[in-house]
Design a protein around this ligand. Structure first.
Ligand code: DP6
Length: 352
């Protein structure tokens, strides 16, 4: 598919509307880090969609008023966010030709703590894109559910890359990969459920909040630094190659190989940050202490507790519900929680 196929219908009738939508966050297993113009990813990525970490958003649209956007996050007005959304709406006008023909009040809240460092841009832009598609169907006519979801994913991507994966449950792929039929740089696709071993369908993601608050370097700046990173091409190539073993692992349920690959991806992401110019490090002391404890725990017990990281200090603790989870949970509570700032942990599961 090409961008042309997402152009909006010129025939529309607008009126005042209020719509609400909810969208979960996601955590990447093969990471997106580096992009080209128009939010085209430098390599394909695959993520698990979460269940509890969500953004709930309502959009009030006042038709035929001068274009403006007002945003409230958990009841508090956020002017910076409003500026970002205004820019975003201007950017997607060709796909939703009615979008600049009214005034917006957007109210949004996350089910996870705002300062937690859990990426709210994925669930946030996912929820906004879903709301926009609801408005679009009211103004321009209905399309099939499949088309509507695909366009929501396409629009979410233009807000924040990883957001396009949040539109689907289960495992989700964004970026063209020879290994995944129908995959595209323009929108995410659901990884086929019948290609996934049962072990991966009942998985936990407990997020240890090692460092709450603003990150020192935003994802957008981090992506940009890949443009001058001498290791970038090799990294993009490796991410593409990693889809080959990943596909086999997802089918045969080999946890040991899965753990190796997922942890390697997380560490590679952070290695890229350290190789950037200027270099930056988002891990904190607590991040490293937790990683080392996880490795010791695995060596001693053989139990399948492992980690991934996003662009921050928090550690996503991954483990299946396969009868070993009680011992793993006890270990997390007694040994790992002490490395968080305020005993902060968000207990989530994958959404299938
Ligand atoms: C490390 O999607 O937040 O979480 O497209 O600039 O909004 P923008 O970046 P963003 O980057 C996410 C990076 C990541 C890896 C991933 O989710 O694949």
């Amino acid at each position: 598919m090409t961008t042309q196929e997402f152009l909006g219908k010129q025939n529309f009738t607008i009126n005042n509307q209020t719509v609400s939508e909810s969208c979960p966050s996601n955590i990447a297993l093969i990471k997106y880090w580096g992009k080209y113009a128009d939010q085209i990813p430098a390599n394909p990525s695959i993520s698990f969609t979460l269940n509890h970490c969500k953004t709930n958003t309502s959009i009030e649209f006042f038709a035929n008023e001068a274009f403006s956007v007002q945003t409230f996050l958990a009841g508090n007005e956020e002017t910076k966010f409003a500026e970002k959304i205004e820019k975003y709406f201007k950017n997607i006008e060709q796909y939703l030709p009615w979008i600049l023909k009214g005034k917006y009040i957007i109210r949004t809240e996350n089910t996870f703590p705002h300062s937690s460092g859990i990426a709210s841009s994925a669930s946030g832009f996912g929820a906004i894109a879903k709301c926009l598609m609801k408005l679009d169907e009211t103004f321009s006519g209905k399309s099939s559910e499949e088309e509507s979801l695909r366009k929501a994913s396409f629009l979410a991507r233009l807000g924040s890359g990883s957001a396009c994966r949040s539109l689907y449950n289960g495992l989700v792929v964004w970026g063209e990969s020879d290994e995944v039929q129908g995959s595209s740089d323009l929108f995410a696709v659901k990884y086929p459920d019948n290609e996934i071993h049962e072990i991966f369908k009942n998985f936990n993601d407990w997020v240890l909040l090692i460092h709450e608050g603003q990150k020192s370097v935003s994802s957008t700046v981090g992506h940009g630094l890949m443009n001058t990173n001498p290791y970038a091409e090799r990294r993009f190539q490796e991410a593409r190659e990693n889809f080959v073993p990943m596909k086999g692992i997802l089918k045969n349920g080999n946890l040991e190989e899965f753990i190796k690959l997922v942890e390697h991806e997380a560490l590679t992401l952070h290695a890229m940050m350290m190789m950037s110019d200027p270099a930056f490090i988002l891990m904190k002391t607590g991040t490293l202490e937790v990683i080392n404890k996880i490795w010791d725990f695995r060596k001693e017990t053989g139990l399948p507790l492992f980690f991934t990281l996003d662009a921050g200090a928090n550690v996503h603790l991954l483990f299946p519900n396969n009868g070993t989870e009680d011992k793993i949970k006890a270990f997390i509570e007694t040994e790992l929680l002490q490395h968080t700032q305020k005993n902060g942990v968000v207990k989530d599961v994958m959404r299938f």
